[in-house]
Design a protein around this ligand. Sequence first.
Ligand SMILES: C[S@@+](CC[C@H](N)C(=O)[O-])C[C@H]1O[C@@H](n2cnc3c(N)ncnc32)[C@H](O)[C@@H]1O
Ligand code: SF4
Ligand code: SF4
Length: 345
Amino acid sequence: MHKVPLVESLRIIGRGSLNWMAERPIVVSFEVTDSCTCWCKHCDHGGAKDDLKNLKPADYRRYMNALKPCVVQVSGGEPLMRDDLVEIVRNIKLPSGLPYTILVSNWSLMTEERYLELREAGVDQFSVSLDFPDARHDHFRRLPGLYDRLSRVIPKLAALGHDDIVLNTCITSENVHEINAAADKAREWGVNICYSAYSARRTGCQDYMLSSQEQLGLMNRELDRVEKRRDGSNWIVNAPTTIEATRRYFERGGMPGCKAGLRFLVVNARGELQPCSMQFKTYPLEQQARMVKEFTESNTCDQCYVSIRSYLDKRFSTLLWENVRGFFSFAKRGERAPETDTARA
Ligand SMILES: C[S@@+](CC[C@H](N)C(=O)[O-])C[C@H]1O[C@@H](n2cnc3c(N)ncnc32)[C@H](O)[C@@H]1O
Ligand code: SF4
Ligand code: SF4
């Protein structure tokens, strides 16, 4: 995964430090539509939804000015369903180069033209969901032909050499034996890989959690192998501490210490603030502080360890170090973090 240039790295770290102290979010996830092209088995989205009240591209600048995040995820639903997505990204990205912007998408609608326009508008990282390294992906996502499309488009765009595409494999009971096969596919296509963890909170379905000793053993063996495959190129994007925490999440069936609403939050398609994509009490933009008071300070939910949490439940020193080591421009490859646990801030 390509590193962020030095000046931009310093800006991101500076903004992150200020936000941490001021109790503003470090990461904001903009869910720009509730509609989707897929009907994935593990998700509560699927198909077309009422998009009439969605925020317009220019509205996003107002949210950026108020929340000042240093990292933004543009997600959904399926964000590529919005024809004005490039305009949205232009309103999110500031002249300073902030925020570091990640487009989280299933790529069912990605083309070379859109990829290049989105890069130019300010997307720093393209996160592409891949649940299986073959046509079982279509079955899980209930979209025939999706895998075929990905296997044509991803290597072609990777060959442009920008090194900004990351496969995102959400670990479930269905694909736990394919963790390294997904990494093989990333290598074959010339892209990076990041793992996240299934949460039953979205759909209430426990079937995709890892529960038996056999499944947990398999996960641990697969993740041990992933750890051995790291090299200096940062192609396995998760920090080692995040992989460790993912193991513990599945072993315990939860992960306490969530800072949703404070360190990260979701802006839904209509512009309401939510603590996360799986907590549905909403607040107006001006009332983030009320959300922290009413929700975060007494939150006991431990039901996910999705990527937005895995960035942000750590001590600030750990977070800073991992990002400096992994993404940004200074720090030698292979140096260890000063804190290697995931103790809460
Ligand atoms: C909700 S989707 C939105 C963006 C886009 N439609 C996509 O699939 O990438 C964002 C990520 O959430 C993951 N996801 C969906 N349901 C999940 C669940 N129950 N637990 C954990 N991750 C989930 C997806 O696999 C995807 O990588
Ligand atoms: S995971 Fe993404 S692609 Fe699948 S239904 Fe949910 S929002 Fe749509
Ligand atoms: S653990 Fe936190 S981020 Fe995850 S579902 Fe619960 S409140 Fe949301």
